[in-house]
Design a protein around this ligand. Structure first.
Ligand code: FES
Length: 120
């Protein structure tokens, strides 16, 4: 299937550093504005599918899942930390083992008029 640019969300709806969930066809994406850049990633945490737009934190060019703090780089989706939380008792390590470590798929973005578009 060929990738196409599609409207994801009105730019005016994005507050800097505040991720949002968007549904595009069968996919759920996380979109975020960071400084002058826009990012779009797979919306569900690779660990246990928490929606990253709900409470996900943007720090140091990474998105961190609020549930067990799995962290991925926004730029390329690379895994930085897998389910480290909570550290004690070492429950995080345990739930981390419930699914296999994966990078976060990312999508190209561009601005078209009032919309952030994602190539999907
Ligand atoms: S669901 Fe995101 S870190 Fe566990």
């Amino acid at each position: 299937m060929t990738m196409q640019w599609k409207n994801a969300i009105r730019i005016s709806k994005l507050k800097p550093g505040k991720p949002k969930m968007v549904t595009m066809g069968l996919k759920t994406l996380m979109v975020v504005k960071k400084e002058d850049q826009f990012h779009a990633t797979e919306g569900l945490c690779r660990h246990m599918r928490w929606p990253l737009g709900l409470g996900g934190k943007i720090v140091d060019d990474c998105i961190t899942c609020p549930l067990h703090q799995t962290q991925h780089r926004l730029e390329d989706g690379e895994l930085v930390d897998w389910a480290p939380f909570p550290l004690f008792p070492p429950y995080g390590k345990l739930v981390g083992k419930l699914s296999r470590k994966k990078d976060l798929p990312i999508y190209e973005t561009r601005i078209e008029g009032e919309y952030l578009q994602v190539k999907i």
